[in-house]
Design a protein around this ligand. Structure first.
Ligand SMILES: NC(=O)c1ccc[n+]([C@@H]2O[C@H](COP(=O)([O-])OP(=O)(O)OC[C@H]3O[C@@H](n4cnc5c(N)ncnc54)[C@H](O)[C@@H]3O)[C@@H](O)[C@H]2O)c1
Ligand SMILES: O=c1ccn([C@@H]2O[C@H](COP(=O)(O)OP(=O)(O)O[C@H]3O[C@H](CO)[C@@H](O)[C@H](O)[C@H]3O)[C@@H](O)[C@H]2O)c(=O)[nH]1
Length: 431
């Protein structure tokens, strides 16, 4: 099938490369000319394991990129909207990028003969596809939904760092369409993937995505709350949750307590669902608490730090991990951001290390010291904070020997002091 993908970020570029791998003809559309050029050169605009191989295999064959909407719409049957849906200043969803993509798409559809399908893959609050996207497309194309074009919502569940694998091995595919014809045509795109398709209406598909993310975020905040209580009781919460997770109704996944959840999805999506609920005069007590517990975790880390080293003014604090999780260079809503901000406010000297994300962090904190290795960051440090679950941090041992004061506050349970040769003063955040 002929597919156009609007937006070449994490979701757009992975979807494009994977649809190409599934044998479809794919055109990426982005307003960022640099990304367009990169894709045409077979270079992924974001880092994701396995993405480069797919892009090199398909670029300029069945995967091309352009900033020309007219060309892309004329040469495709289905368009996926994969642009960002950030939070506005009140935490509610900001649909302005979706709006401008719909305008460009509608204007291009006006010039096209024949049936076209528009699929929203961006995460949007329930009602958006039918009440906003569909109407904008009708307004700018002069065409009628259901007659001249189909509209569907197909949420994406990929995890960053595992995005290609997740796209190719989904545990669910949800397609919410305005009619059966649209749902069937969109399903065709996924026919080679071994996965059941949940067929539904657009607003249910939109809600499934929010509930999925909110439930996972709730599991993490629940685990953090339990961890905070365990810490005060002198109990290792990981031992507790390992046993609790053996109950098949709970499952062992997403029970790791620590510095909390970051990333481009959980924080913004939980906030957006809270905003939508309030708009409907419902106060979502549980979801508000999920955010509150999450916001508290970095503060508790700093409290532990100060309990161990006192005033941090003029002290060198090594921050290990800047990405919001391991295996990605993405720093969006990373838990290390509020930590570094507070450390700087308190006059600390921050020495940061991340295997992938330092370049991105420089855009937020220009003046901290960026190191090439954990060892370099730890050298001469008065304390260390572990913020990201990078595998390489599990092996740290002799690297701590250069610290002035060997205080380690572990926000991800990366270190087992009993297994180490170095003597350190170790504090787990929740254990
Ligand atoms: N990142 C994830 O892991 C993930 C997973 C599932 C769902 N989502 C959702 O998918 C959506 C996209 O997220 P992302 O992380 O890929 O975003 P992103 O910010 O990485 O990428 C968005 C892309 O859209 C482009 N763009 C902006 N305006 C445009 C326009 N008018 N026309 C064409 N291109 C335009 C940008 O240049 C950028 O390349 C969001 O709604 C997000 O919540 C993200
Ligand atoms: O037990 C856990 C698991 C995760 N995290 C943190 O939670 C955040 C998010 O992790 P993860 O879910 O692996 O990353 P994302 O790439 O943000 O993926 C989530 O958000 C995407 C965007 O909506 C969805 O598509 C995915 O299904 C969903 O897992 C990270 O900061 C992790 O450190 C924990 O603190 N404890």
């Amino acid at each position: 099938m002929k597919v156009s993908i609007i937006g070449s970020g994490y979701v757009g570029s992975v979807s494009a490369a994977c649809f190409a791998e599934l044998g479809h003809e794919v055109i990426c559309i982005d307003i960022d000319e640099k990304k367009v050029q990169m894709i045409n050169d077979g270079i992924p605009p974001i880092w994701e394991e396995g993405l480069e191989g797919l892009m090199q295999k398909h670029a300029e064959k069945n995967l091309i990129a352009t900033s020309d909407y007219d060309y892309a719409i004329q040469n495709s049957d289905i368009s996926f909207i994969c642009v960002g849906t950030p939070s506005n200043e009140h935490g509610n969803i900001d649909l302005s990028i979706v709006g401008s993509a719909c305008k460009s798409l509608g204007m291009a559809m006006a010039k096209k003969d024949g049936f076209h399908i528009v699929v929203v893959k961006s995460t949007v609050v329930p009602g958006t596809t039918e009440d906003v996207v569909l109407h904008l497309l009708e307004e700018h194309s002069g065409k009628t939904a259901g007659k001249d074009f189909g509209v569907a919502m197909n949420p994406e569940f990929l995890r960053e760092g595992k995005a290609v694998y997740d796209f190719m091995n989904p545990d669910k595919i949800v397609i919410g369409g305005i009619d059966g014809r649209t749902i069937s045509l969109v399903s065709e795109l996924y026919r080679d993937l071994e996965c059941e398709v949940t067929r539904t209406n657009p607003r249910t598909a939109e809600m499934i995505k929010y509930v999925n993310n909110s439930f996972l975020a709730t599991k993490i905040s629940f685990s953090n709350e339990v961890g905070n209580i365990c810490k005060r009781l002198g109990i290792d919460t990981y031992e507790v949750m390992n046993a609790v997770g053996k109950d098949f109704r709970i499952s062992e996944h997403f029970l790791n307590s620590g510095a909390g959840f970051g990333g481009s999805c959980f924080p913004k999506d939980v906030r957006a669902l809270i905003g939508k609920a309030k708009e409907l005069d419902y106060y979502p007590v549980l979801l508000e608490s999920v955010v509150e517990v999450n916001d508290l975790q970095p503060i508790q880390m700093l409290e532990l730090l100060e309990e161990n080293v006192g005033d941090v003014k003029d002290k060198r604090i090594a921050v290990l991990g800047l990405a919001f999780k391991n295996d990605t260079d993405d720093i969006r809503e990373s838990r290390s951001i509020p930590i570094i901000r507070k450390l700087l406010e308190k006059g600390a000297l921050v020495a940061a290390y991340d295997p992938m994300a330092s370049e991105h962090m420089k855009a937020i904190f220009e003046d901290i010291t960026y190191c090439e290795s954990a060892e370099e960051a730890l050298n001469g440090a008065d304390a260390c904070l572990i913020m990201t679950e990078w595998t390489e941090f599990r092996k740290l041992d002799h690297e701590f020997s250069g610290m002035k004061n060997k205080v380690v506050i572990d926000g991800r349970k990366m270190i087992d002091p009993d297994e180490m040769e170095q003597d350190i003063i170790y504090e787990g955040l929740c254990w």
